[in-house]
Design a protein around this ligand. Structure first.
Ligand SMILES: NC(=O)c1ccc[n+]([C@@H]2O[C@H](COP(=O)([O-])OP(=O)(O)OC[C@H]3O[C@@H](n4cnc5c(N)ncnc54)[C@H](O)[C@@H]3O)[C@@H](O)[C@H]2O)c1
Length: 356
């Protein structure tokens, strides 16, 4: 295996997969763009060193297709940023379990192909990391891929809000098997959660007493359709709200999450931020802002750092949850800290100053 290549597999060929594959190709095609990254080179790895070697999905339109074609299936709404050659990686059918909810089953037909053995494919392709990008709330399916990752001794990166890295049961299992686990619930590069926390942190540092705040999104991607199911919507909201509450406690009125699905928005996510606080002498302070982003590239921007850092962890024979990588790139990490400290930990880990 060429030393500088990071071989990854992905479960769920949706908008994150599209952002990731396009992002890798984009960085290969437009070399000068790398200087705009937070980490043009992370340890010795560039984004172009990431290679997708296996992909799993259950959608009839994606299974059996080359990954390049599968990411542009119309149900994925991430726009085309770059021309792609065929990858030679065919999307295979993984275990369905509870992957598709009521709303997703109305728009996705499950492939009738044979369900493949995930562990065997991970071993055969010599994948080093499995990225789990299944829909929110697919608990059983996420755990099935996590177990396959363990069995194949392949690091597991969990983009979904199902708790794996932060669940002590799974954390110990990975640790005992000497396999890294990173998660949970990927934090987009410039997404609603990180910005909401950022605004609130600055106000708190300046002595403003926060009273009420919400950060509510409307979006048009498949994942938002999925979270129209009440239990799945609640699942995502709880993770987002917990992230804020960990810094601000329960004495603020808080709501955070996706409030509606608007198909015509495609991959766009429109976030509304509202903050009401009290400054000196009770002076009212109001923030009312709107943010517009694209989900696929926003997620991939964080993921390319997480993947390279996970490879560093593998090279150092890391095992179990790696706190610094989890805190840097995820909304529900095993150890929570401020954004500023998370960035410090991450850079210290890459430099070898921190051990986890
Ligand atoms: N900016 C972001 O997009 C972002 C940010 C943070 C977290 N996340 C999380 O990442 C996950 C993926 O997001 P996405 O936007 O790529 O989702 P998506 O809905 O676009 O794609 C999900 C894919 O998983 C497939 N799938 C469903 N069940 C499966 C199974 N059992 N096995 C294999 N594939 C299966 C679907 O067919 C679909 O292709 C979600 O859990 C989401 O909450 C996304």
């Amino acid at each position: 295996m060429k030393e500088d290549i990071i071989k990854i597999a992905i479960a769920g060929v949706g908008n994150i997969a599209s952002g990731l594959l396009q992002g890798i190709t984009y960085m290969k095609t437009y070399e000068d763009q790398k200087k705009k990254l937070l980490h043009p080179k992370l340890s010795s790895f560039e984004v172009k060193n990431i290679e997708i070697v296996a992909a799993f999905d259950v959608d009839k339109e994606k299974v059996g297709q080359d990954l390049t074609e599968a990411i542009f299936t119309p149900i994925n709404s991430t726009p085309k940023f770059v021309e792609l050659d065929k990858t030679g990686v065919t999307v295979v059918k993984g275990p369905l379990k509870d992957g598709l909810s009521g709303h997703l089953l109305k728009v996705i037909t499950v492939s009738e192909n044979k369900e493949e053995d995930v562990t065997q494919i991970l071993k055969d392709t010599r994948a080093e990391i499995l990225i789990c990008a299944l829909p929110t709330g697919a608990e059983e399916a996420v755990k099935t891929y996590a177990q396959a990752s363990l069995d194949a001794e392949v690091a597991f990166v969990n983009c979904t809000p199902t708790l794996i890295a932060s669940d002590p049961f799974w954390g110990k299992k990975f640790k005992k098997s000497n396999v890294c686990v990173i998660g949970d619930d990927l934090q987009s590069l410039a997404g609603g959660t990180v910005l909401h926390k950022g605004f609130l942190d600055v106000l708190k540092e300046q002595g403003v007493k926060i009273k009420d705040t919400y950060q509510l999104d409307v979006a048009g991607g498949l994942e938002t359709l999925n979270t129209l199911d009440d239990d799945r919507k609640q699942y995502k909201r709880e993770v987002k709200e917990r992230t804020i509450q960990q810094s601000f406690g329960n004495d603020i009125n808080l709501a955070s999450g996706t409030s509606d699905y608007l198909e015509f928005l495609g991959n766009r996510r429109i976030g509304h931020f509202w903050i009401l606080g009290e400054g000196f002498m009770g002076m009212p302070i109001k923030i009312d802002i709107r943010l517009e982003t694209l989900d696929g590239p926003n997620a991939a921007g964080t993921l390319v750092d997480v993947i390279r850092a996970t490879k560093v962890a593998i090279n150092r024979a890391g095992s179990g949850p790696i706190s610094s990588i989890c805190a840097y790139g995820f909304k529900a990490p095993p150890v929570t800290t401020s954004r500023h400290t998370a960035h410090e930990w991450f850079n210290e880990y890459i430099e070898g100053i921190r051990t986890e």
